[in-house]
Ligand binder design. Structure first.
Ligand SMILES: Nc1ncnc2c1ncn2[C@@H]1O[C@H](COP(=O)(O)OP(=O)(O)OP(=O)(O)O)[C@@H](O)[C@H]1O
Ligand SMILES: [Mg+2]
Length: 287
């Protein structure tokens, strides 16, 4: 195995606001940003925090049954871009998103679109597992309840069991559904958060460093799960572990200072990057 794929977590020099605000033109992306069977299509996306531009003219598709990983140095805009995909940036004061993002052809930034159901369709799993201070059952039931997805307790029970099974957690929790979600281990809590996301039947799942707080065993379980989830969902995952990107994703996008530098098949990005900046990053030379 090449050294570039060693289990190294690359947190190189953080991007500074001054660099991002330098007013530099965006860099053209190398590689094919399109997907044969796209669910989400992002075109010419810019994101500003006040007057600072954090994402510069980024275009990228997220395809059906595909895991796309987003990599790049700290501060390059990975989380910012991910949050564009379900309008989570709307919740940040002073954050402005321009360009176009569609889900199955529908503009998710349409003025008439309610972001609450959108965030169920495009669900998000965060870096730190964040179960609600409620029972395991209630954590998963929360979304279906507020979205009015079920008519009976029996239907809700089915959703809870199905979601926990898909998240690979059912056997570990089926006898303690009334116990607090916060009482689970970190890896179990992250799978509970994935079950909570699945419970509202999303189309796309966004994951922002979902394994960075987990040990290697819990990480392996989540990675296997990501691969299984791919048969039903489209997934975009931010990771600092290049080996994780190589293991779980079919396409990889490399970000740098707010630009999307290169996109390609994961194998190509890690074995034969076309852009010098991508090569520098994956060989650990950046910074
Ligand atoms: N709420 C915010 N207000 C102002 N600036 C922000 C905000 N969130 C992020 N930024 C800035 O936008 C840039 C991109 O940040 P972002 O969090 O998207 O990077 P990242 O690639 O996810 O980094 P990391 O790998 O450290 O998580 C950084 O310069 C950051 O300081
Ligand atoms: Mg981030």
């Amino acid at each position: 195995m090449s050294t570039t794929l060693d289990e190294m977590t690359v947190r190189t020099r953080a991007t500074t606001s001054a660099e991002l605000a330098s007013g530099r033109e965006s860099r053209e992306t190398v590689g094919d940003v399109t997907s044969a069977n796209p669910r989400m299509v992002c075109r010419h996306v810019d994101v500003f925090y006040g007057s600072t531009q954090a994402i510069k003219d980024v275009s990228l598709d997220i395809g059906k049954n595909e895991v796309v990983s987003m990599i790049g140095p700290s501060g390059c805009g990975k989380s910012t871009f991910l949050r564009c995909l379900n309008r989570m940036n709307d919740t940040i004061d002073g954050c402005r998103v321009t360009g176009s993002i569609t889900l199955d052809g529908l503009d998710i930034y349409d003025k008439g679109l309610d972001p609450v159901p959108l965030r169920a369709q495009v669900g998000m799993v965060f870096q730190k597992p964040n179960p609600f201070p409620k029972s395991i059952y209630e954590n998963v039931a929360y979304g279906p309840r507020i979205l009015g997805l079920t008519n009976s307790k029996a239907e809700l029970d089915d959703i809870i069991e199905g979601s926990l099974r898909k998240a690979g957690l059912w056997n570990e929790v089926k006898d303690r559904l009334d116990k607090p979600g916060t009482g689970l281990s970190g890896g179990q809590q992250q799978r509970l958060c994935i079950a909570r996301t699945i419970a509202v039947s999303p189309e796309v799942i966004l994951m922002d460093e979902p394994c960075s707080a987990l040990d290697p065993i819990a990480t392996a379980i989540i990675e296997e799960l990501i691969d299984e989830l791919r048969s039903n969902y489209s997934i975009a995952i931010v990771t600092h572990s290049m080996q994780q990107a190589a293991r779980v994703s079919q396409r990889t996008a490399y970000f740098h200072l707010g630009d999307l530098i290169e996109v390609g098949e994961t194998n190509q990005i890690f074995t034969n990057p076309k852009h010098k900046l991508t090569e520098d990053y994956i060989t650990g030379r950046f910074g």
